[in-house]
Design a protein around this ligand. Structure first.
Ligand SMILES: C[S@@+](CC[C@H](N)C(=O)[O-])C[C@H]1O[C@@H](n2cnc3c(N)ncnc32)[C@H](O)[C@@H]1O
Length: 227
């Protein structure tokens, strides 16, 4: 098969940064802070993916958004900026430290009142949400946390999202490891992460109750629409 493969260069990256999305000072500040953490900056979704999440909120007329994996609050901030009046975003993370930092950016952008952060293991927080809020209570759910948890997070998210609502799953290619398997040079956590994401990709692909597409965008972004 003939494919168009554009190798990503610094110049193309700069071009994307100039014309692919519209920035916000608080989003830029949040990205800059993550850069001071070296490799951990990779945990944030890419700026144009954040813009895509913002567009999804508009397309779905989403008012109730759930995120699994806050880190320093970048994707949560982007989505909160796009929520309509009265809209709410709940974000789940296990780290009190990250969420504390995230709050400073949410406050800077005046959206802290639209965001509720729940600290704890996401599997338990999701069970609590199913019990307290009920099934079908979110328009949009973004999964971007520890990869071994993905299959369980997805199953719970599928209960929490409404019919016609969307689940976004980030990092569904694991740098191509879903095909090659972990390399000898990879750290230990890559093996379980790869197994979990592969299992989830197969599960979603086989599921007749959803419409799905895995977009080979950055590290892979899967969109699932509950029918
Ligand atoms: C990839 S980062 C999230 C990035 C964020 N969505 C963004 O774009 O800025 C993953 C987050 O998942 C959190 N995490 C890891 N294990 C978790 C667990 N068991 N429950 C909840 N959060 C967890 C980590 O603390 C980390 O902040």
């Amino acid at each position: 098969m003939i494919r168009i493969n554009i190798p990503m260069t610094d110049d193309i990256e700069k071009y994307i940064d100039r014309v692919a999305y519209r920035d916000h000072p608080a989003l830029a500040a949040c990205r800059n802070e993550a850069q001071t953490r070296g490799q951990m900056a990779m945990m944030q979704v890419a700026p144009e993916q954040a813009a895509f999440l913002q567009m999804l909120i508009g397309l779905l007329s989403a008012r109730r958004v759930l995120e699994i994996g806050t880190f320093t609050g970048y994707s949560a901030l982007a989505m909160a900026l796009s929520l309509p009046e009265g809209g709410k975003l709940i974000t789940l993370d296990i780290s009190e430290e990250y969420v504390g930092l995230a709050r400073t950016f949410w406050q800077q952008a005046n959206v802290a009142d639209r965001i509720e952060a729940i600290i704890g293991d996401a599997a338990k927080s999701l069970d609590d949400l199913i019990r307290l809020r009920g099934e079908g209570s979110f328009d949009l759910i973004v999964i971007d946390a520890d990869k071994p948890g993905y299959p369980a997070y997805y199953e719970k998210a599928l209960r929490l999202v409404r019919s016609g609502g969307v689940i976004v799953v980030d990092d569904t290619l694991i740098h191509g490891r879903v095909v090659t398997g972990p390399l000898a040079t990879d750290p230990d956590y890559v093996g379980p992460a790869t197994d979990a994401v592969r299992a989830l990709n197969e599960m979603i692909h086989a599921q007749a109750s959803v419409e799905m597409v895995l977009m080979p965008w950055r590290d892979g972004l899967t969109l699932v629409r509950k029918l």
